[in-house]
Design a protein around this ligand. Structure first.
Ligand code: TTP
Ligand code: MG
Length: 362
């Protein structure tokens, strides 16, 4: 790992019972009551979130409001007011911006901050505390904060003590912190992956490190690599600000629809070359490649592949795009009127010091 990655200071902020907390704040008669944000129990609405008082009755996000009503008939049911939550979200981001410009919002209620080189001169943990204080004093809301050397650990840490928790995981404590956690805490491990891992006797992050990576790969394919490093608390993903360009690419509409594969591959090669040069000129690389195909009848599909490493070499892009075209589209059988190629998940080139040829997945 590049040494500078170990020295990063990442903060994850997550608002407590966000939509519900905003509604309670703006209507104090709701304080202390079970409040459900979703809609009427007589409607087909589902629960967006609920106050902690409501959660005591077993009410959870994504359950139907009818079910929530059965669990707690005394709860107050409200429809969400997204305009208001979005306004509050901007106020929260303004507080973050006092400490850093490197802010990556994940949704209205959570964000990553990179405070490695922040302008305040404070320690990351002090910034976390200051943000909590400002959110409480200025917005009358509460949030939980995780501080760690990377996004993966910071996000787990913010969830560690909720509500109003502040959990700091110093670089030398990361391995110990991860070792106690269940695998589902790893970003990307959903119920299906968790089940597969449990079936082979893996419950905790420590269990993952007891088996050889190659065995894990047999069960999970290329995802195994991420899980294996994540279980050790390693995560090299950058904090991506919203101002950055999200994707870059080229497309071509043909003067006549194409069915011949060699012809299509020629066109694809030209697109890969142009896209690669655009990336190289801007000194950026990309991790996800998306192929767009518009058929003769205007029906359009996109097919994506995430590369093992961020790349910008024309051969790497073409190889991945060729595979997508041949394996994931009806090229050769159906007339095609447009091909497009784009690359997303962009990074500055110097940060992805990988050999481009290693980027292709197995
Ligand atoms: P969460 O952070 O998951 O929940 P929360 O902030 O309400 O509670 P916690 O204290 O546990 O963090 O989600 C943030 C907001 O996103 C939440 O207030 C409502 C919305 N949301 C939905 O609309 N649907 C969902 O399924 C979930 C999980 C959240
Ligand atoms: Mg939240």
């Amino acid at each position: 790992m590049h040494p500078s990655l170990l020295k990063r200071k990442i903060i994850h902020v997550d608002m407590d019972a966000f939509y519900a907390a905003v509604e309670v704040r703006d209507n104090p008669t709701l304080a202390g009551k079970p409040v459900v944000i979703g809609g009427s129990p007589q409607s087909r609405a589902v629960v967006c979130t609920s106050s902690y008082e409501a959660r005591k009755f077993g009410i959870r996000s994504a359950m139907s409001c009818a079910q929530a009503y059965r669990l707690c008939p005394n709860a107050v049911f409200l429809s969400p007011n997204f305009e208001k939550y979005s306004q509050v979200s901007h106020q929260i981001r303004e507080i973050f911006s006092r400490y850093t410009e490197l802010i990556e919002p994940l949704s209205l209620d959570e964000a990553f901050l990179d405070v490695t080189d922040n302008r305040s001169g404070l320690y990351a943990a002090q910034i976390g505390k200051a943000i909590q204080a400002a959110v409480t004093e200025e917005l009358n809301l509460s949030c939980s904060v995780g501080v760690a050397p990377n996004k993966l650990v910071a996000k787990i840490a913010s969830d560690y003590r909720k509500p109003a928790g502040l959990t700091v995981v110093a670089p030398e404590k990361v391995a110990a912190f991860m070792s106690t956690l269940e695998v589902r805490k790893i970003f990307g491990v959903g119920p299906a992956t968790e089940k597969r891992l449990n079936a082979i006797g893996i419950k905790s992050c420590t269990d993952i490190l007891q088996i050889p990576l190659i065995t894990l790969e047999e069960h999970l394919g290329s995802f195994a690599h991420w899980i294996y490093t994540a279980a050790q608390g390693i995560d090299e993903r950058r904090v991506h600000t919203s101002r950055e360009r999200k994707s870059l690419g080229r497309e071509e509409t043909f003067s006549k629809d194409l069915t011949s594969l060699p012809h299509l591959l020629d066109e694809l090669k030209a697109l890969a070359d142009k896209t690669a040069h655009d990336l190289q000129n801007r000194k950026i690389t990309g991790r996800t490649l998306t192929l767009k195909v518009k058929y003769g009848d205007f029906h359009q599909i996109t097919r994506s592949q995430t590369l093992r490493y961020s790349a910008n070499h024309e051969d790497t892009l073409f190889e991945a795009a060729r595979k997508l075209l041949l394996e994931k589209t009806e090229a050769g059988q159906r007339r095609i009127r447009l091909l497009g190629l784009s690359v997303s998940n962009l990074e500055k080139a110097e940060e992805s010091a990988w050999d481009n040829s290693a980027a292709l997945l197995d």
